[in-house]
Design a protein. Structure first.
Lengths: 329, 338, 329, 338
């Protein structure tokens, strides 16, 4: 397949443009997505291409915007709602959790809510505690919602297209640090599949499951580990809910060891789910070491850049933990 | 359209019949609940029937409504099937929500009722979103948002009004001001007449007698016409009173017996019937017929509902997500989700 | 110690009265907590005893109320904010997670937020999907917050008193089904300790960790299991954050088996944290069976009473799972 | 109190000095940022200095303020130490927040500044809560809530105003209407003058020239006096303009160069200085001295800040919870939390 280079934001923008071109029910709504071009420049010139009707600048009203997305979705549109920083999903939780995710069930299937919420998370920009969280654990425990966490440009585009095809509400947790990164992407984006993980690198000594920005770090770590004679398999679940557990389990059956890496806090974080599920699966009998999590510290993200780095797993941390898991067990 | 109410006997009797259906439906529900045949919690709108009735008679096919925890009246006024409603409240599989929603989530999406809502003000942004669909597609439809006086205190209400007015969306906010949000009196809570708040959003605001079905019909007709003409949202405060407690746990500590009695004296159904009779538009026999037709319909609905089957717990997990074309072919995922 | 009988609500009411009597900084604020006596009757006559200034009826504004609680706490008061149903914490998430929990950290320790939020959760009352959730997973992943889940009247009172003494924000997740239940309670309530779990029943074959309303069910199950020759140890963590992990781990070291029981949904639920932590602990080497979770189904709570029961673990489910864990491994 | 500004040279020069300190602090910050010595994101209030200055000069010890993402001015006007502020922005351990908060969380709780807030409208209910403390304890203090025009669209704002007005809390809401919420123009967003919204809450609302420190001081003095007298909250819309982009990522696509230039012509500092000079209250030398004193103070703050130590990552975990008397003695728990 012929490839090209593109940043994560460009890929998201292209996917939105593709969707808006193909389907007039698709529109975008959010704070500063129009004239400003998006707080992170993701939308850039979309307003010029699709007009202010379909690339809608809203007031600062996260709850209202998501609620309008629910109302538009249930009446036949395919809204994309952008929450400027995923931290502000806090304001919109009622519409996300109590309305969007439950409506289909509560009305016995009479209605569907094909709403896509895009929200960038993650630390690393010096934006401190209220603009840097990784909040996937708030969403993965909500029945009725799907949760996507793309770690590269192709997934960001193709899973967004998949989310737009899905009749259920989907929240896509993008990562701010990735927006400006370039990736190789296919000549044309296809519609992805929700709920299908990917083995990013094959290996035999341990399985590293990593999400979001940690996928790259895990791949870098795997490279260093290889130099050290440790063969790490790296898996990116891509969709956290529904989770491609069979992919993870069969890898752990093979390697006998699992290291779960996320940027988000450890206590109560999503990796607890993966750890518990591995232990409950047939992989239990194959474990040569305890399933281990490597997560962000249980702290709000600090402003100081060194503290901020110290608060979330870096490549060296992954190498260290993986080595310990293989060598000490 | 709504002035027809005082000129066209058929229209008048239809409105009267709607009010009776709401009243008698809720009395039946109360009775079933009292006899232990219905469970959960109930919010009855007895005494408030004129508002959904007067409003919904202005709506046409495709217009949407959003409703509240006190939503039986909206659902009935919008034309839902009473049997399937009763079946739902009786938690049956042939109920509107297949027994999964109950009273607080009663919905009939086919008639444009996007659903009751257990969350105070939860439906307000959703109505604005429906209005956005209408505006974006140019379908000529209007969304009506019913909400209580208590909902006015919620941030969701404010954000939805802000966005709807900013975009001139075809939405009508109908505030059923029954003077209490559970126990909080609207007067202590808000200091101003609720309709005075509309000015802060740059939209028309009007207070009407919510126990006068004609007044409600006229005010909402104007607002709906305005919305349909692309002139944006309006806010209508319809003042009324809830005869029953907020829900079953209510000891009515926050209001007096006298107040309740006084408002029972302003029964919207009796008042409208009396007015029709006085005006000579209809005779007593016709009024009686409207009432007894409603009674029969409710009786049938109870029969229908009680005959329904219980939903199958085994179907629970499948009910959470709408099937997506892609997932359906992926058996590995289906296994994983077990 | 001499004992008396009291319902869970009465115990909470007595604790609030004790605190308000002892400390004039304590006051209560929420929807219908005054004149109405509380949606569940928890407050009852508190307004008559302490006046409308200290037992404050608010408008329906969860975000506003919690935010005012933050403001009052940071300026020296000890507010108790009641959220009528824990489902409506969705509306207040910004003030809970982004303000209350983070302020102390963000301002470098200059301020503390001694705020107590009480919020009843749980199913079993036929109140359907938006009034029956068990949302502890939303809170346990928030650094800076403490999370309490009392399963009986004494804990409800004593941990509430502990929460009021704590300089940090604490959310107390009460259970609606327990409100009207009677319990033996001590003659006078003491100030409890946050972060200390309790062995409710000793046993040797497996450890059942249960939270909230499931504690009773686990104890009933343990009774039935005993008749069947299985000796179950039952632990109630009482505080989910901070979690008394050492207590759980030492029990699992002893029994070699763990069954984790919660009412909340399984996927992304809090028991994943306990499972992962057990596996990461010294208990790993002692495990004779996989750590297992028994949780609510991954569905919104349905209205129909049979469906509602089917959606969360009942006594029979615990017996069945515990038996399988002991007999099949 | 505030009319003293045009009569009392010392008071006038103090206000002028405050405005200069804000301006020059932010210019220094901009410079440090541009030179890569400061990281994260910055929201500068250059051009808006009259509002915090005019407001805070009416406050007494113990009065509280809540601030915003654009909060340097509030912090300085309330009397914070410039060195510790600069140290914070430079992410140092001797900064107000020990390098953990940065610009968006700058706070000086000792002077009653409960903190900048990264969340739009996040501080509004918090200010109301501070007002509640004041009312409940009868301490005679007033809480001032600074917020932007964009914050008016948030549910939090609405709920806080509703509760504050319902309880007549001693709170003054000062809306810094710099005409944009990031890129959204307040005119398109809200349709009405923001002060017109106050009527919907039954409280006084007033629009003032936010670039006129005297007008701001007078309007806020009235509102603060009213609050202190137990007469409840007020809303003041102070119209101003932000000279810089919203933050560093801003390409200013939503406004014209002409508009920016026009507003730069209405510099609140120059205007006040000119007025003082014209009136003869002070002379040019005094004006120059105020400016250069401010410049020295800022220079010192940069020295102080750059000299600070970096915070120790090892202390991170201990910084999350305030130590509680009980936990501290429980070593088992301390172990568990590792
Ligand atoms: C967000 C939220 N907060 C609180 C409640 C609990 N509650 C249900 S109805 C109600 C009162 C609503 O008052 P109003 O809007 O006036 O409607 P009414 O009941 O009078 O019809 C309250 C407090 C809720 N369901 N949702
Ligand atoms: C809840 C929330 N939504 C969005 C943002 C992103 N954001 C930060 S400042 C800002 C604009 C705020 O406008 P305004 O209140 O007018 O203050 P100004 O920046 O003009 O001083 C936005 C959208 C945020 N920080 N918090
Ligand atoms: Mg009401
Ligand atoms: Mg602004």
């Amino acid at each position: 397949m012929s490839m090209r280079e593109m940043t994560y934001s460009e890929a998201i923008r292209e996917a939105m443009a593709l969707a808006m071109t193909a389907d007039e029910r698709v529109f975008l709504m959010g704070e500063d997505v129009g004239l400003y071009g998006g707080a992170f420049g993701v939308e850039n010139d979309l307003i010029d291409r699709f007009g202010a009707e379909r690339v809608r600048d809203t007031t600062i009203s996260e709850l209202g915007i998501v609620g309008m997305g629910v109302g538009a979705a249930v009446t036949g549109m395919r809204p994309i709602v952008e929450i400027q920083f995923s931290d502000f999903t806090a304001q919109a939780m009622d519409q996300i959790a109590n309305q969007a995710a439950k409506l289909h069930f509560m009305v016995g299937g009479q209605a569907t809510v094909p709403l896509v919420i895009r929200a960038p998370g993650g630390s690393g920009t010096g934006a401190a505690a209220q603009h840097s969280q990784s909040l996937e654990a708030w969403f993965t425990c909500i029945p009725g919602l799907k949760v996507v966490m793309p770690s590269n440009a192709t997934d960001a585009a193709e899973l967004l297209l998949a989310a737009l095809e899905d009749p259920n509400p989907v929240i896509v947790l993008e990562h701010k640090l990735l927006y400006k990164q370039s990736f190789e992407v296919p000549e044309t984006f296809a519609v992805g599949r929700l709920g299908v993980g990917r083995i990013e690198r094959e290996g035999s000594d341990l399985t590293i499951v990593a999400t979001g920005v940690e996928v790259q770090r895990a791949l870098e770590a795997a490279e260093q580990l290889a130099a050290d004679g440790i063969s790490a398999e790296v898996i990116d679940p891509r969709t956290l809910k529904p989770l491609d557990l069979p992919l993870i389990v069969s890898s752990v059956v093979k390697t006998g060891r699992a290291l779960l890496v996320q940027e988000s806090v450890r206590f109560g974080g999503f990796m607890g789910e993966i750890s518990a599920s591995i232990v409950e699966s047939e992989a239990f009998g194959h474990l040569q070491a305890p399933v281990r999590r490597l997560c962000g510290l249980d702290v709000p993200i600090p402003y100081n850049p060194d503290l901020e780095k110290a608060a979330v797993p870096q490549v060296g941390d992954i190498v260290r933990e993986a080595t310990a898991l293989v060598r000490e067990w | 359209m709504s002035t027809a109410l005082l000129e066209d006997a058929a229209a008048a009797l239809e409105a009267l019949g709607t009010m009776w259906r709401i009243r008698l439906f809720e009395e039946a529900v109360e009775d079933l609940y009292g006899r232990g045949m219905m469970h959960g919690t109930m919010h009855l709108s007895i005494g408030e029937e004129a508002i959904p009735t007067g409003t919904c008679l202005n709506l046409v096919e495709g217009d949407q409504i959003t409703s509240t925890h006190r939503g039986h009246g909206h659902c009935i006024a919008r034309g839902a099937d009473l049997g399937r409603m009763m079946a739902e409240l009786l938690a049956k599989d042939n109920g509107y929500c297949r027994g999964r929603g109950g009273s607080m989530h009663i919905a009939d999406v086919a008639t444009g009722n996007l659903g009751a809502n257990g969350i105070v003000a939860g439906g307000v942004p959703i109505a604005a979103g429906a209005g956005l669909t209408n505006q974006l597609t140019g379908n000529g439809k209007v969304a009506v948002c019913f909400h209580g006086d208590g909902a006015v205190g919620e941030g969701a209400w404010h954000e939805a009004l802000t966005l709807a007015s900013m975009w001139d969306l075809p939405v009508v906010f109908v505030c059923e001001n029954n003077q209490y949000g559970m126990s909080m009196s609207a007067k202590s809570a808000f200091k101003v007449d609720l309709s005075a708040k509309a000015a802060g959003y740059g939209i028309p605001g009007e207070t009407v007698d919510g126990n006068d079905v004609v007044a409600v019909a006229e005010a909402t007709a104007r607002a709906i016409d305005r919305a349909r003409a692309g002139e944006g949202p309006s806010f209508i405060e319809a003042v009324t009173y809830r005869w029953r407690g907020h829900s079953k746990s209510d000891k009515n500590r926050y209001r007096s017996k006298e107040e309740i009695a006084e408002w029972k004296g302003r029964d919207p159904i009796a008042a409208f019937a009396h007015r029709l009779l006085e005006s000579g538009l209809v005779d007593q026999a016709q009024l009686d017929a409207a009432q007894s037709a409603a009674r029969d319909a409710i009786r049938e609905s109870v029969v229908f509902g009680t005959k329904g089957e219980d939903p199958d717990p085994a179907a629970l997990l499948d009910a959470v997500y709408a099937p997506s074309a892609v997932d359906a072919t992926d058996t590995r995922l289906q296994e994983a989700s077990r």
